[in-house]
Design a protein around this ligand. Structure first.
Ligand SMILES: Cc1cc2nc3c(=O)[nH]c(=O)nc-3n(C[C@H](O)[C@H](O)[C@H](O)COP(=O)(O)O)c2cc1C
Length: 205
């Protein structure tokens, strides 16, 4: 079998656009649902995974019982679902070309594990890959109040290049529904990964 002369490079505009999204065991599964709906048309492939706790919490919060149910209707072909322990999944390797990882919502447990470099599951390994390869790592954290341990871990991650994006909506845009508040946070995540989707009007626009 002959080898191709070369493969796609990160700067090739025709390369497949891929991203990984992980749902962790923090409150806020509604953010993940809205985010996946907003970004799916912008990607050829979205790698999706969730911790066991994440699916249990999603059942409590949004009535979702299976990870598959996070996939927007009609968009199934863009998604690949991975078991959270699947270390053979493509995003577990830095040699696989994908844009980055968004953990939404992101628990303090995941923050702690990424900050200490414990790559024992797919999310923490993909996060490790994104940091070492200088790809986007966006952590949509949700916890309150924050302990010194949380703050130290978040500082380590920010210093390593992660974008710490608290699920903290603003109220200056005349938001009048919970959906508006969710859209505010999801819009900021879209901006953080450079997806050209606007869910809210920017201040002064
Ligand atoms: C209903 C429920 C809500 C939770 N909300 C949060 C949260 O908002 N932030 C957080 O850091 N942990 C939260 N936790 C705890 C995490 O699920 C737990 O620490 C878990 O081990 C984190 O690991 P995982 O994200 O891999 O599931 C919650 C747990 C439950 C059962």
């Amino acid at each position: 079998m002959s080898r191709p002369e070369s493969y796609f490079t990160m700067n090739n505009p025709t390369r497949p656009k891929r991203i990984m999204v992980a749902i962790s065991g923090a409150s806020g599964s509604i953010y993940a649902k809205r985010f996946l709906r907003a970004i799916s048309p912008a990607y050829d492939c979205i790698y999706l995974t969730a911790s066991e706790n994440a699916v249990a919490i999603a059942q409590q919060e949004v009535g979702i019982t299976r990870l598959e149910d996070f996939i927007p209707e009609g968009e199934e072909k863009r998604f690949r679902i991975f078991d959270p322990c699947d270390m053979f999944a493509p995003p577990a390797s830095g040699s696989h070309d994908y844009d980055g990882l968004v953990v939404i919502p992101c628990s303090m447990g995941v923050v702690g594990r990424i900050a200490s470099g414990i790559s024992t599951d797919l999310v923490t390994r993909a996060a490790d890959v994104c940091l070492k390869e200088r790809r986007k790592l966006v952590l949509v954290i949700r916890e309150t109040p924050l302990s010194v341990i949380h703050l130290r871990n978040l500082t380590i991650l920010a210093e390593a290049g992660a974008i710490i994006l608290p699920a903290a909506p603003a109220f200056y845009g005349n938001q009048d529904s919970v959906d508006d508040l969710i859209d505010f946070v999801v819009d900021r995540v879209c901006r953080a990964i450079g997806v050209d989707v606007r869910l809210i009007e920017g201040w002064g626009e």
